[in-house]
Design a protein around this ligand. Structure first.
Ligand SMILES: C[S@@+](CC[C@H](N)C(=O)[O-])C[C@H]1O[C@@H](n2cnc3c(N)ncnc32)[C@H](O)[C@@H]1O
Length: 200
């Protein structure tokens, strides 16, 4: 499978949500919320948002920082371009290196192959950090009916820290720390981990 076809299989689904501005799928996390979940890191320099959704983070942070965005959807790229340079994910490897990249509520919609490719290609300056969230069900917990439904739709992918650690070994990045762990019990009964990684 070529690298482009990896993304092509999901592009129509996301483009459709962006055309409809469907807020269940696109979320619209504020910069304040994203930074809180990612452990309130001291961000400076150039920031890269991977999977920009409604571009709310880009809009908020563009008032004080230089922000760039990446998404699978051309409509999202158009929306984000109001606030900073934006690229399709196929172009990730040619995005200029950044100081802080992040990915929030995206990997739970991506196959292992896509997650590996994105982590591998995120362009970091020396010392730069890539912070990403991923989701799983804790051992002993049961998926809610809501989660069973969205999993059955084939647009959710859950992976725990053991699996994420295996994926990381195949990339150009190494873990710096687990920035946060969060558990939710409504509506999806999911837990999140937020990893900070850097160049090997
Ligand atoms: C659930 S939304 C989250 C948006 C935003 N990060 C937030 O927290 O509000 C997922 C976003 O990731 C994008 N996306 C999905 N798969 C992607 C991929 N493989 N590469 C880049 N973006 C992707 C979607 O188009 C959508 O904008």
């Amino acid at each position: 499978m070529s690298s482009n076809s990896l993304f092509d299989s999901k592009r129509d689904f996301w483009e459709n949500q962006h055309q409809k501005k469907d807020t269940y799928w696109l979320t619209g996390s504020s910069a304040q919320n994203v930074l809180r979940y990612h452990g309130n890191p001291p961000i400076s320099g150039i920031i890269l948002d991977i999977g920009i959704g409604m571009a709310r983070f880009m809009k908020d942070i563009s008032k004080t920082h230089t922000i760039m965005g990446v998404d699978i959807s051309p409509e999202a790229v158009k929306r984000g371009s109001q606030y900073g340079d934006c690229f399709l994910v196929d172009q990730l490897s040619s995005v200029p290196p950044v100081d802080w990249a992040f990915c929030h509520l995206v990997f739970q919609h991506c196959s292992d192959e896509i997650v590996q490719k994105i982590i591998d290609e995120v362009p970091l300056k020396p010392g730069g950090i890539f912070s990403f969230q991923f989701a799983y069900i804790n051992p002993g917990e049961t998926p809610t009916d809501f989660l069973k439904t969205v999993l059955a739709q084939g647009q959710h992918y859950l992976r725990d820290e053991t699996r994420m650690n295996e994926i990381l070994t195949k990339t150009s990045k190494r873990i710096v720390k687990v920035a946060n762990r969060v558990s939710f019990h409504h509506p999806e009964n999911l837990s999140w981990s937020i990893y900070q990684v850097t160049n090997r």
